[in-house]
Design a binder for this molecule. Structure first.
Ligand SMILES: Nc1ncnc2c1ncn2[C@@H]1O[C@H](COP(=O)(O)OP(=O)(O)OP(=O)(O)O)[C@@H](O)[C@H]1O
Ligand SMILES: [Mg+2]
Length: 459
């Protein structure tokens, strides 16, 4: 755009200057010739007057060659003399084209006249001045004045201006390039970074130190992408929280459902009325627990909470273990797994339902994965803790996987002999529950020998 304005402007100036120069050169040539024509008129009039015997006109005709030679010698350029009818009387350059033009006709009417002509690439002023005596026009003297010095000046000027114009166009081009690069550079950077942000790389930052509005814009952009990054991060966290919550909920539902299914399968095999009543009571209890869970879930949804609380009371751990064993009794029978118990009554401060959930998952894992024939369940009374160990004599877990199985969704082997599949969530949820009850859960194993899960309750 700069060039589009600059080049026509320079060309316009160029034409005006050259035109002006040209008119000045022509004007000064005319001034000079006008001056010369006055002294020529005086000289010729005096010269003709000297001879008063002959008629003035004949005298002029006779003396024309002499006058012409005198003038051309004096002025050093081509001079012509014409009679009053426009016939040439003398020419300082012999045998040349006489270049007749309207300046002659005009001057013979009594006025000085000129034309400017380009002859073979050179500019000439053809200036004719009438010669008169006693109010009679005798003819005219014509000056063929080359404006070569002026032409040279115009030519030089033409070249110099051409050079100056080209240099200014070049400088202006360089400057506008530099200037536009100064503006376009940061904008290009902005474009690249905004594309990155658009494709999800929210930590991309722009560094522009131009000290102007573009720098402000870049800073605003950085603030914007940072706040997008933070929002996305919190959305991801929120999503993860909701996923964890859903995992916990489904796992928690598993315990009462497993119990209900277990007892309903057991009842048809029972003979004794007391045993049947007991099983029905368990089904009712577990059904009520399910209902409590659903209510708790509804409350949590109302309060926008995504975490279960542990509800701790004094409970006899032995009873909790027995209830849990009852739930899976049928499966233990089905796979011929012998349970060896070493338990005692002890009251500890725990969430009954959640503790059942932990023990059930540990026993469930031993049945599903270990291919064991017996499970030892024993309690130890330590100084600060009651330790419940569940030890199977199964396939064991390789040492490299031992710490990993507490991670959510981690499963050592996707296949198991019992064709019962898990989600890999159990142990990570157990760890969470035990931590919330100030306890812990640890796992020890030796391949092809045993797996021992220690559930630690703080006293
Ligand atoms: N006693 C065990 N013997 C052999 N492998 C075990 C034993 N206990 C756990 N594992 C391995 O640890 C993995 C993780 O167990 P976890 O209870 O966390 O998940 P899961 O039982 O697969 O699924 P979920 O409990 O959610 O139904 C199991 O998939 C299994 O590979
Ligand atoms: Mg499990």
């Amino acid at each position: 755009m700069n060039m589009g304005i600059l080049i026509p402007a320079i060309t316009f100036m160029y034409i005006i200057i050259i035109n002006n120069l040209y008119s000045n050169v022509i004007k000064s040539a005319i001034d000079f010739l006008t001056q010369e024509s006055y002294s020529a008129q005086l000289y010729i009039a005096n010269y003709i007057k000297k001879d008063n015997k002959t008629d003035v006109e004949t005298n002029f005709l006779n003396k024309a060659p002499l006058i012409n030679t005198f003038l051309s010698n004096k002025l050093n350029f081509r001079i012509q003399t014409y009679d009053k009818n426009g016939n040439i009387l003398a020419d300082s350059v012999m045998n040349s084209v006489n270049l007749y033009d309207e300046d002659i006709t005009n001057s013979l009417r009594g006025d000085k006249a000129y034309v400017v002509k380009n002859i073979d690439g050179n500019i000439y002023v053809l200036f004719s001045s009438p010669i008169y005596l006693k109010d009679r026009t005798l003819g005219c003297v014509r000056y063929i004045y080359p404006v070569d010095s002026g032409q040279k000046i115009i030519k030089n000027m033409f070249i110099i201006m051409g050079i100056i114009a080209s240099i200014s166009v070049l400088i202006s081009w360089l400057l506008s390039n530099l200037f536009s690069e100064n503006i376009a550079g940061p904008i290009k950077k902005l474009k690249v970074i905004s594309q990155k942000v658009a494709s999800g790389k929210y930590d991309s930052k722009i560094e522009i130190k131009s000290g102007d509005e573009i720098e402000d814009l870049a800073e605003t952009f950085n603030v914007m992408s940072e706040s997008i990054r933070a929002s996305i991060e919190s959305l991801k966290k929120e999503k993860q929280k909701q996923k964890d919550f859903l995992d916990n909920v489904t796992h928690e539902f598993k315990t009462p459902l497993t119990a209900i299914i277990g007892y309903s399968e057991l009842i048809p095999r029972l003979q004794d009325k007391e045993d049947i009543d007991e099983s029905l009571a368990y089904i009712k209890e577990e059904g009520e627990r399910l209902l409590r869970l659903v209510e708790e879930l509804l409350d949590m949804s109302k309060l926008d909470k995504t975490e279960f609380n542990v509800d701790r009371n004094n409970n006899n751990l032995n009873e909790v273990i027995e209830e849990t064993l009852n739930i899976i009794q049928l499966r233990l029978n089905k796979y011929d797994i012998e349970i060896i118990k070493d338990l005692f009554d002890v009251k500890i401060f725990i969430d009954r339902d959640k503790t059942k959930q932990v023990i059930l998952n540990v026993l469930d894992n031993a049945i599903k994965y270990s291919e064991c024939t017996s499970i030892i369940i024993k309690m130890e009374d330590k100084e600060n803790a009651i330790i419940l160990s569940v030890i199977d004599n199964g396939i064991g877990i390789e040492e490299q996987y031992l710490h990993k199985i507490f991670e959510p969704i981690y499963r050592v082997s996707k296949e198991n002999s019992k064709s019962e599949n898990g989600n890999g969530l159990g142990l990570s949820i157990c760890k969470e529950i035990m931590k919330k009850q100030d306890g812990n859960i640890e796992i020890y194993s030796e391949i092809k020998k045993y797996t021992s899960v220690k559930i630690i309750f703080k006293k």
